[in-house]
Design a protein around this ligand. Structure first.
Ligand SMILES: Nc1ncnc2c1ncn2[C@@H]1O[C@H](COP(=O)(O)OP(=O)(O)O)[C@@H](O)[C@H]1O
Ligand SMILES: [Mg+2]
Length: 282
């Protein structure tokens, strides 16, 4: 249950935690059943934003398909490039990096992250749309890599897999009935969120996870209850011809165009202003 144990789960302090995943704003470390999150510093977030902008602009011009590979498999090389960017940011004047545009992006990111967190706490606590969370008095845990330790007062249930990895795994094992089932569950989870009054403007597969037979939202950043934000996002999304490609499902569904077509049909019939509006309360 949310917030019941008054102590940090023992397995979090038993040994050094491994890095499990990361996004623009957070690095996630895990023990067997729990994860804890470290918030990146603004400098880290800015170096990542700049790195992404650079990669997206130059990906197709880099030799040997490096850029495209980086965008598809971001973990290792991007971590290295980010370390370089971060280093440069420390030695070069701040004004160079905090150009108006970058600071706007950073502020928007932080604002959306905080707002999503607040909305999720208010409206989704205890629902099965989120993984379980526990709060406890601050505890120090050891983590791999820099800075080696972390003070946390909250832990989140570790999901079996993020949805992108789970779908790739099912597709690689030729379990396409299940691929389709889980894609439908993703849409079901999104609709349940809308019925609770919330819409995720950052709904990519890495931000969702698998818990038993459910899809849960891992990243509350980008959740909004404001129709102007929702409709602006949807107006853009409605232009997408093949949503499965945009969601990074191109490779998984390459051999199964009929599944891609069914998914795209349901997605388009659901993820649009009219349908979302019908689900929202009030
Ligand atoms: N409860 C969890 N179980 C397993 N992996 C998780 C969990 N929460 C987050 N992750 C992984 O960490 C990544 C980053 O976490 P997220 O909250 O999305 O941070 P950010 O705000 O930086 O995007 C996720 O995309 C996911 O891969
Ligand atoms: Mg995320």
């Amino acid at each position: 249950m949310q917030g019941t144990p008054a102590r940090c789960p023992e397995e979090l302090t038993r040994s050094r935690l491994k890095r499990l995943g990361e996004g623009i704003g957070k690095v996630v470390y895990a023990s067997e059943h729990w994860v804890v999150k470290r918030e990146r510093t603004p400098t880290e977030v800015v170096s990542l934003i700049l790195l992404w902008k650079f990669l997206h602009r130059t990906a197709h011009h880099l030799p040997f398909g490096w850029g495209d590979r980086l965008l598809r498999h971001p973990s290792r090389e991007i971590r290295f490039l980010r370390a370089v960017a971060h280093g440069l940011m420390i030695v070069l004047p701040k004004s160079l990096w905090y150009t108006t545009h970058v600071s706007t992006v950073l502020r928007r990111y932080v604002k959306h992250d905080r707002r999503g967190e607040r909305l999720a706490r208010a409206w989704l606590t205890g629902t099965d749309l989120l993984p379980q969370r526990v709060s406890f008095p601050p505890a120090t845990v050891l983590v791999s890599g820099w800075p080696g330790w972390l003070v946390v007062s909250e832990a989140t249930e570790r999901v079996e897999a993020t949805l992108d990895k789970w779908i790739d795994h099912l597709a690689a094992s030729n379990r396409f009935d299940e691929v389709e089932l889980w894609l439908n569950r993703l849409i079901d989870t999104r609709q349940a969120g809308w019925r609770a009054g919330l819409f995720s403007t950052d709904a990519h597969l890495k931000n969702f996870g698998v818990v038993r037979d459910r899809v849960v939202l891992l990243d509350t950043g980008g959740l909004t209850d404001r129709w102007s934000d929702i409709s602006a996002r949807l107006e853009k999304d409605e232009q997408i011809a093949e949503p499965h490609l945009k969601l990074g499902l191109g490779a998984a569904l390459a051999g199964r165009p009929e599944i891609a077509a069914r998914f795209n049909t349901r997605w388009k019939a659901t993820v649009n202003r009219e349908s979302v509006r019908e689900h929202l309360p009030g």
